[in-house]
Write a protein that binds this ligand. Structure first.
Ligand code: ATP
Length: 653
């Protein structure tokens, strides 16, 4: 059991408050925060006191008690880091009216970073320190809830109706189709954070020109694995939610109208529900209904509020008298949140838990084996040992694969080139150039499957899913270093020319898919070979266009296009002829084989007939010789008879 930790932070006066000649109504002393009512009525004590886990005085930098970003991190951020490394889920969220300092506390300016960057940096620092004994896998997602719709801040496009929130029976609520980005170092996280912050929906209001009107949830999924005592596998997964809520002020106080007012209504719906959830949990009424599902925000943060998480709330407040009622409302909100009790548990991997339990049982069974081995116990022991062994091997294999993926990820080098940043990979890949979405930022790189097919289409389950394409649009096949694009059901072009048959693509080829997508094919090995051969690629492209390309005049470009078309036609014709030749050779081989088989059969028949003939002949010869013997015998008998007759004649005469 752990209560939600609550901290309050007061910011300096802003320009507007200074211009108005605002007076400070907040005092802090240790953990105490006092709000003073300057327009108190008779009988009113004129102030209200609250006690929190921390009260941060960030009003006047020259003040010796001034709470810096560093101090806030040391007291709140390090706890989040520790929770994650201990295997707990953690959540840190900032609440307060627009312009009260939520974003400053959570993100902060680049020269004075806030909690999110400091927490991420500290986590990677700790991973670096402990990497010899452990394996880590971290992924990041960043979403925004705007008008009760969920938007992926790290995706190049989002469905117009927003992403759907679903609930997994064991893992709880989650956002379907939200992108998760594997990260291997802090710089990578920082880039994703920056990308997400740029995508975050901001709009000007009368209160704060850069006021953000959406709730943002930055989530780190942190998985760690290692071997404990006696080589026992350990693995935990922690989800760390870092949440910057939208302003909690009333719509009329911001001067919002139209779209802004609509946003306010939704924002309030989320915040009102957050308030109801906090109240229900704080009152601790047994069996009382907690309306998590009334708003997307509370549904997604279900575990963080009253569930399996160590949670910290930072309430950001303005020091100015003009914001008295909003500040008082924030302090009351924060005061109620103190009473929420969560049940954080270490999120141990289920297989690892099973291995641990099996080991315990094995030890027990070994203890039962006495001098006389009982066959039943022995059989059970052997069965458990075999299961434990196979589960441990499976687990070790899973982590070997994870490490391989991470190494692969690291092979995706990001390097600085002057003012530019080059995203490089040592594997053949496609780089997406988003033509249609003018607001899209960032570059997407898709690795191609080694020695096999990469299916591109709109259908879920395709290797590269691109909206607006046919479900199974085309296939890129990589075989022995050669890449071939095969259109399936959709329009494809290579270097501006439509293609309906398989076409070879090479380093720098621009592939058009459907009406909206252009991808550049990069093969680092081919590019290196071409560089070695001193050949200069003259394809003009968004990414690969060289200065000489830009200087090509129209005629040269047309000639170059024509040359490329002819070269491609020649390649295609040659490929067709080669294929035809291969087919003919194959047919001839088949015919020869048939002939050979026929001949063999005939020879066999001939041999059989010959044998039969010989047998017949032998029979005839045998019969002839028998006949001859018979004839001889007949002759002999005939002679004997004649002799006998002659002798009888002589006797008669
Ligand atoms: N602790 C602080 N020290 C110095 N400046 C601060 C502090 N907190 C806030 N500010 C300044 O106050 C202004 C408003 O802060 P911030 O943008 O963080 O407010 P917010 O609550 O996030 O507003 P929104 O709801 O619009 O996102 C910013 O110019 C910021 O630099």
């Amino acid at each position: 059991m752990a209560s939600v930790k609550v901290a309050v932070r007061v910011r300096p006066f802003n320009q507007r408050e200074l211009d108005m000649g605002a007076k400070a109504v907040i005092r802090m002393d240790g953990k105490k925060t006092r709000i003073v009512n300057l327009s108190k009525t008779a009988g009113d004590v004129g102030f209200k006191d609250f006690t929190f886990d921390h009260s941060y005085w960030s009003f006047e930098p020259s003040d010796p008690d001034f709470a810096t970003q560093e101090q806030v991190f040391e007291e709140l951020g390090t706890e989040v880091v520790a929770s994650a490394f201990e295997g707990y889920n953690a959540c840190l969220f900032a609440y307060g009216q627009t312009g009260s300092g939520k974003t400053f506390t959570m993100t902060g300016p680049p020269d004075d970073p806030g909690l999110i960057p400091r927490i991420c940096e500290a986590m990677f620092g700790k991973m670096q320190e402990e990497q010899e004994d452990k394996n880590y896998r971290v992924d990041v997602s960043y979403l925004e809830i705007y008008n009760e719709k969920v938007r992926d801040l790290l995706a190049s496009s989002n469905p117009s109706g927003g992403l759907r929130v679903r609930e997994h029976p064991r893992q709880g609520p989650y956002v379907s189709d939200l992108s998760h980005h594997l990260v291997t170092c802090y710089d990578h996280v920082a880039q994703l954070m920056e990308r997400g912050n740029r995508a975050r929906c901001t709009a000007a209001t009368n209160m704060n020109d850069t006021s953000s009107r959406s709730h943002a949830i930055f989530t780190l999924t942190f998985r760690q694995a290692g071997l404990g005592a006696e080589g026992l596998p350990c693995e935990t997964t922690s989800k760390v939610h870092l949440v910057d809520l939208a302003g909690s002020e009333r719509a009329d106080a911001t001067g919002a109208t139209g779209q802004r007012l609509k946003e306010g209504a939704h924002i309030n719906k989320s915040l009102v529900t957050l308030g109801s959830v906090i109240s229900a949990l704080a009152e601790k009424r047994v069996g009382s209904f907690v309306p998590y599902r009334d708003a997307v925000l509370t549904w997604l943060l279900k575990d963080s509020l009253g569930g399996n998480s160590k949670t910290i709330m930072v309430a950001a407040i303005s020091p100015a008298d003009c914001n008295y009622s909003e500040t008082l409302s924030t302090l009351r909100y924060a005061n109620r949140a103190k009473n929420i009790v969560n049940q954080p548990t270490v999120n141990e991997d289920p297989n690892v838990r099973l291995i641990r339990e099996l080991r315990e049982e094995i030890y027990k069974l070994r203890g039962l084996l006495g001098e006389e081995t009982q066959p039943k116990v022995l059989a059970e022991l052997q069965q458990k040992e075999a299961k434990e062994k196979s589960l441990t091997a499976e687990w070790a294999e899973k982590w070997r694969e994870t490490q391989a993926i991470l190494r692969e990820q690291q092979a995706l080098g990001l390097r600085k080139a002057g003012r530019g940043v080059v995203l490089d990979s040592d594997r053949p890949h496609l780089v997406a150039i988003d033509q249609d979405d003018r607001l899209s930022t960032g570059v997407t790189l898709y690795h191609l499957n080694r020695n096999g097919d990469t299916v591109i289409g709109a259908a879920e389950g395709s290797d590269i899913v691109l909206p607006g394409l046919e479900p199974h649009h085309c296939i890129v096949t990589l075989k022995d270093g050669i890449a071939v694009l095969t259109p399936k059901n959709g329009y494809c072009s290579v270097d501006g020319l439509a293609t309906e048959t398989s076409s070879r693509i090479s380093q720098g080829s621009l592939i058009g898919l459907g009406r909206a997508h252009v991808l550049r094919y990069n093969d680092p090995a081919e590019a290196a070979q071409l560089r070695k051969e001193g050949r200069v690629m003259s394809r003009s492209s968004l990414f690969g266009g060289s200065t000489s390309d830009l200087n090509l005049n129209v005629e040269e470009r047309e000639l170059e296009t024509e040359r490329r078309r002819l070269a491609r036609e020649y390649e295609e014709r040659k490929r067709q002829l080669d294929e035809e030749r291969r087919r003919l050779e194959e047919r001839q081989r088949e015919a020869e084989e048939q002939l050979r088989l026929r001949e063999e059969k005939l020879e066999e028949q001939r041999r059989r007939i010959e044998n039969k003939k010989e047998e017949e002949l032998e029979k005839v010869v045998e019969e002839q010789s028998q006949l001859r013997i018979l004839q001889d015998e007949t002759e002999r008998r005939r002679a004997l008879l004649k002799d006998l007759m002659d002798q009888m004649d002589e006797v008669c005469h």
